[in-house]
Design a protein around this ligand. Structure first.
Ligand code: KG4
Ligand code: ZN
Length: 364
């Protein structure tokens, strides 16, 4: 029986400052004891996107309060913690450095092990925190900065079999919201309006469905939304029903592309691992109910087990970093005071680098 392990996790790679405590008991069940996330939407609102310097300063100001709060909510002290896990990349470098410096300080002061975690691995391992699927499984990681299909074989063993060649879907949601005068982050705002719109009125392109494989492209969609918006605007104004129909048309294009590319990714994955028919989805866009429902039905069609973490664990959080840290700790990883913050850190270094660099930093 494994002993109880308690990990403190820190996350600061984009615009959420977060700290969490995750504990795995001696029966092997992992529990989130606390999950503190302080967002920065208000700070960036006026700029229409995340401003790296503002983000870094806010992380530096908030991270130690988040840690205190997370320990307090979990009912533990630093003495009870077995190791300190921190996002060491990829992300906006100033933010990642804030977290790494804080974690190093804590590790040095308490003499606890320090574990640098890849933010993408945090997302990709979240299903194991919530549902404990065995390795391997196919992962669709879909967020504001990332979109990729990964075969997860272990906490440091991932193969990327496809992904976006330009924007991530979350970026497309955010840009569409901006074009239509909706609030940021755009995903939830676009989803709410789409629920009240007609998805058939505007027929937006489904990019790259004519190409083999499971690479995707989302940057053309926002241009299509821009054109359609300009066509329906009168005196620089847009009617609310037009906004809703545009949102519904846009969302349905994203849903169709993700569904078809997921079918193809599953087919590729099953050729390698037919005895493990499992798909997990994570990242902020996995919070979208239309996307979740469609992926669930694709999996049902193909007899695949579908796992989607609860919404609070889909968007950026530190519980996923603490959990990934836990698996890495058990695998023997220990980092020293020379741990570096990395703006880019592909999960699968054997695959060619992805193109493009979005508002949320370089795509790994
Ligand atoms: O994973 P995340 O918190 O941050 C990273 O990008 O790493 O994802 C944030 C992204 C934003 O672009 C946001 O608009 C999108 O996830 N998002 C959604 C929804 N909720 C959040 N996109 C579509 N539908 C949603 N309900
Ligand atoms: Zn993320």
């Amino acid at each position: 029986m494994p002993r109880t392990l308690t990990l403190l996790g820190l996350e600061s790679s984009c615009d959420d400052t977060a700290a969490a405590v995750v504990q795995r008991d001696e029966t092997g069940v992992a529990n989130v004891l606390s999950n503190v996330v302080v967002g920065q939407n208000d700070l960036h609102k006026a700029f229409g996107g995340v401003v790296p310097e503002i983000a870094a300063r806010a992380h530096a100001e908030k991270i130690d309060h988040c840690v205190e709060n997370a320990l307090h909510k979990a009912g533990v002290t630093l003495d009870d913690v077995d190791a300190i896990a921190v996002t060491a990349g990829p992300g906006l470098i100033g933010g990642v450095m804030s977290g790494v410096m804080c974690a190093k300080g804590l590790a040095a002061a308490t003499r606890k092990p320090l574990i640098g975690v890849n933010h993408l691995a945090g997302h990709a391992l979240t299903p194991r925190l919530t549902d404990d699927p065995a390795y391997p499984y196919l992962m669709l990681l879909v967020s504001g900065g990332h979109c990729q299909f990964l075969i997860a074989r272990g906490p440091t063993d991932f193969s990327r079999i496809g992904g976006t060649i330009d924007d991530a879907p979350g970026e497309a949601f955010d840009k569409t919201a901006r074009l239509l005068g909706l609030a940021q982050p755009g995903g939830p705002a676009v989803q709410n309006e789409a629920d009240l719109g007609d998805p058939k009125r505007f027929r937006f392109p489904r990019p790259m469905l004519d190409r083999e494989g499971c690479d995707m492209s989302f940057s053309g969609l926002k241009t299509a939304v821009l054109r359609a918006r300009n066509d329906v605007m009168v005196d620089q104004k847009i009617r609310i029903q037009d906004v809703r129909d545009l949102c519904a048309g846009f969302q349905s294009a994203v849903v169709d592309v993700l569904a078809e590319k997921t079918r193809r990714a599953l087919t590729l994955y099953l050729a390698e691992a037919p005895e493990f028919p499992a798909l997990a989805v994570a990242g902020g866009v996995a919070a979208n109910t239309a996307i979740r429902a469609k992926l669930e039905s694709v999996c049902a069609e193909m007899n695949i087990t579908f796992t989607a973490p609860p919404l609070a664990l889909c968007t950026d959080n530190a519980a996923m970093i603490a959990y990934a840290g836990l698996e890495l700790f058990e695998a023997g990883q220990r980092d020293g005071m020379d741990l570096v913050a990395r703006p880019r850190w592909p999960l699968d270094s054997a695959s060619a680098p992805m193109l493009g660099s979005g508002k949320k930093g370089a795509k790994a």
